[in-house]
Design a protein. Structure first.
Length: 335
């Protein structure tokens, strides 16, 4: 390897190989088939979307690992437009995004992944949680993840405004309390640590007030009990079928969630005690990364990240990049 490290010594390299091993080389037929889904176009040949969230007015906000910045899609639009410029407010590659209507903040994970051959914009180092004004796009909050070797992946926000963040390179969920100036480790548990590759990824708060997370490489699903804002028991839940690179996780209502599997599907996840029913809403998606629900529609980002991290093995991405709308049927009346 160019950096002199073997695959297992560098977690990001290990993660990219996990991704690369899962997908076949560039498939032209799949690119053509995707056009029939009438997607929202995301311009630029290096969009490589990682996450998506919906604002209170139905606008969509999308991050990019390669290009950085944040793109926005206004309600009814068929094409994304640049909104927060790449490298704005000291940001680098952008990962998880979450629009919090109560605080009027768009939370964004910013990471320097230049050691994986993806320099992104700007020159800031490390991993940070950033908050941008949801009305203007102005930078408001920037806090680093504590320690070294971090990857800020995704977040969710509790009713009291506390932000919970997954750290994919450590078995940690971090928290930022309202008004706090620094992230704290809320819970750290060895169950979250995979043998190799990426660990914690998607995160959501259930209707029961507990926090639910998945692990990308290991394909596991966990509940962390929440008692007066403090972590309780961490329980690995039994899924009805194996998970293939679980990624973005968002609450629908009660104990039901939308979840992306990088293997190509949008799922309905329903938690009942210590068991999790996984129902496929749509499969055949082109290496999806996240979903956001607006009314009766889920908008799925086809991030195509294997083509970014392992281009020799996977070939070029399908262009243009796209966000695929998926009708949710009865689910559209919930949440």
């Amino acid at each position: 390897m160019k950096n002199g490290l073997n695959d297992m010594q560098n977690p990001l390299i290990g993660a990219s190989l996990v991704i690369a091993a899962t997908f076949v080389a560039f498939d032209f037929d799949r690119c053509l088939a995707a056009e029939t889904l009438r997607p929202i176009e995301v311009p630029r040949d290096r969009a490589f979307m990682e996450s998506i969230t919906a604002g209170p007015d139905g606008s969509l906000y999308v991050s990019s690992v390669a290009s950085g910045g944040i793109a926005r899609i206004e309600p009814g639009a068929t094409k994304a437009e640049g909104w927060i410029a790449p490298a704005a407010f000291g940001s680098r590659s952008t990962f998880g995004v979450f629009a919090d209507a109560k605080s009027n903040i768009l939370w964004v994970c910013s990471n320097d992944v230049s050691d994986r051959g993806v320099p992104g914009p700007g020159s800031a180092s490390g991993s940070r949680l950033k908050g941008f004004d949801l009305s203007t796009g102005d930078g408001k909050i920037s806090v680093p993840l504590p320690g070294e070797s971090n990857l800020c992946n995704d977040m969710t926000v509790a009713n009291d405004g506390t932000v919970y963040v997954t750290n994919s390179l450590k078995p940690q969920i971090l928290q930022l309390k309202p008004g706090a100036k620094a992230l704290e480790v809320w819970v750290e548990n060895k169950q979250f640590q995979p043998p190799s590759g990426i660990g914690l990824d998607g995160i959501a708060i259930g209707g029961d007030g507990n926090i639910y997370v998945n692990t990308f490489s290991a394909g596991e699903f966990f509940r962390i009990e929440v008692k007066d804002g403090k972590p309780g028991a961490v329980t690995k839940l039994e899924t009805s079928r194996p998970l293939k690179l679980p990624d973005g996780l968002r609450l629908v209502s009660g104990q039901s969630f939308l979840m992306i599997e990088g293997g190509g599907s949008l799922d309905l996840v329903t938690v009942n005690d210590d068991k999790v029913a996984i129902g496929t809403i749509k499969d055949g998606l082109n290496e999806p990364t996240a979903a956001a629900k607006v009314g009766g529609t889920a908008f799925v980002t086809e991030g195509q990240l294997p083509h970014l991290f392992s281009p020799k093995e996977n070939g070029p991405p399908c262009l243009p990049f796209q966000i695929v709308p998926v009708a949710l049927g009865d689910l559209g009346t919930k949440g």
